[in-house]
Design a protein around this ligand. Structure first.
Ligand code: FAD
Length: 396
């Protein structure tokens, strides 16, 4: 038998050595995000989740901004201009702490900032992007409505012309960062099709009551947006896009981050299960010594490893400019579903302790129920991939 003594050590949480595929710069980004999370999020996040608040969310946003994590894959206007893969690795680390914190960063960078960066005027970019990149200003992205989710083309929020102004009326629902936002990118029907509007949240007629009673993403602000005769100048409209292509392009950016982020929640739960199983003794031995537990740990690790490889492959394609939206759908569909399954299995390994916030597992598991639904549900991404495979749209 060949000796294994000269081989690199077997890393339980990187069993096939995916780290070999990362550059030193990518590893450095990962290490700096991991460090920030260990200092600034991990010691507090279970308490935030339990209380349903993020203490000093503005201070946290500034610290995330100082590390270049807000709009980190965008170029110019104070953004860090990092690669898609570096952005993905950051999302993984953030979500290993909590999906709510990753959501704060995703909505800020991939939805609100990306909408302005990709489709905004030079004035929009100069006014908002540097402040959003530093975390001084927080953004939100209003697409979903109380009666309209998966089918945004049917949205009811309307923007009508009044002289040279626009007047917006309607309601948005389930909007991440809404109540703490300084600026909202709001999508509305107009006579020219769906358009995006940059709405300072101090504008009269705008309010953002927080949604309470969530049992998921509790360490994240989720709000309703009420637009009651919100009067905006002509220049508030995003000039460069008409139709659903605008919001969908932003969602595609955010979904890419979820492909990675979901694997962070999975890794944290797997690590908790592995550690717990090594310490918990039943029938005179650690539960990690039982075949049934080992099978769970190995199955979790298989799906985690495959998920990270898929994320990395999609990241390389995005950096090469060859990533298709259907491929992002496939990645989001697989990785969130598998991450949730990993968390559920990890929960069983922890027994009764698995339901306690003393451990991260039930928090990740509950969070992933939101992640499974937002940015396109499992069903929507199945239909996107199904259409790409068959050429038949089965949405209606
Ligand atoms: P619906 O569209 O009503 O769907 C209900 C069910 O029917 C789902 O299972 C769906 O897959 C299924 N379904 C619908 N149509 C079909 C079909 N044709 N074929 C088969 N099945 C179908 N939105 C924003 O705009 N901005 C945000 O910042 C934001 N943050 C969020 C944060 C959280 C915590 C949550 C939970 C949601 C957030 N959302 C946000 C909203 C999210 O994007 C929507 O919930 C999502 O798009 C699904 O819409 P819905 O909940 O209205 O479900």
């Amino acid at each position: 038998m060949m000796s294994t003594s000269n081989l690199p050590a077997f890393e339980p949480l990187d069993p096939v050595g995916i780290d070999d595929l990362l550059t030193p710069d990518e590893k450095a980004v990962r290490a700096s995000v991991r460090h920030l999370c260990a200092e600034r999020v991990d010691p507090f996040v279970a308490d935030w989740f339990e209380r349903g608040v993020v203490d000093d969310v503005r201070g946290l946003a500034k610290e995330l901004g100082a590390l270049g994590l807000l709009g980190m894959h965008l170029e110019g206007y104070g953004c860090a201009g990092m690669s898609a893969t570096e952005y993905g690795l950051a999302c993984l680390e953030l979500e290993a702490s909590d999906s709510g914190i990753r959501s704060l960063v995703s909505v800020q960078g991939s939805l609100a900032m990306y909408a302005i960066w990709r489709w905004g005027s030079e004035e929009h970019k100069l006014e908002w992007l540097p402040r959003m990149a530093s975390g001084e200003a927080i953004g939100c992205f209003g697409l979903t409505e109380p009666d309209i989710g998966s089918d945004p083309g049917s949205m009811r929020t309307r923007a009508r012309r009044d002289g040279s102004d626009w007047v917006l009326d309607g309601r948005k629902m389930w909007i991440t960062n809404g109540s703490v936002a300084d600026v909202a990118v709001v999508w509305a029907q107009t006579d020219e099709g769906v358009r995006g509007f940059v709405v300072p949240t101090t504008t009269p007629g705008f309010s953002a009551p927080e949604i309470k009673h969530k049992q998921s993403l509790r360490a994240s602000v989720t709000s309703e947006l009420v637009l009651d005769g919100v009067r905006l100048p002509d220049a508030a409209a995003l000039p460069e896009v008409r139709g659903l292509r605008g919001p969908l392009s932003c969602l595609n950016e955010a979904r890419f981050g979820i492909v990675w982020g979901s694997m962070g929640a999975a890794r944290s739960s797997l690590a908790a299960a592995l550690s717990y199983a090594g310490e918990r003794v039943q029938f005179g031995r650690p539960v990690s010594g039982f075949q049934l537990t080992q099978q769970k740990l190995v199955e979790m690790n298989l799906e985690y490893t495959k998920g990270v490889l898929l994320a990395l492959h999609l990241g390389r394609r995005k950096d090469a400019g060859t990533l298709r939206p259907e491929q992002v759908s496939l990645g989001k569909l697989n990785n969130v579903r598998e991450a949730l399954e990993i968390c559920r299995t990890a929960r069983t390994v922890l027994g009764a302790n698995g339901i306690s916030l003393e451990y991260p597992v039930i928090r990740h598991m509950n969070n992933l129920e939101s992640v499974l639904t937002y940015e396109g549900t499992v069903e929507m991404h199945t239909l996107v991939v199904g259409q790409a495979m068959t050429g038949q749209a089965a949405f209606r």
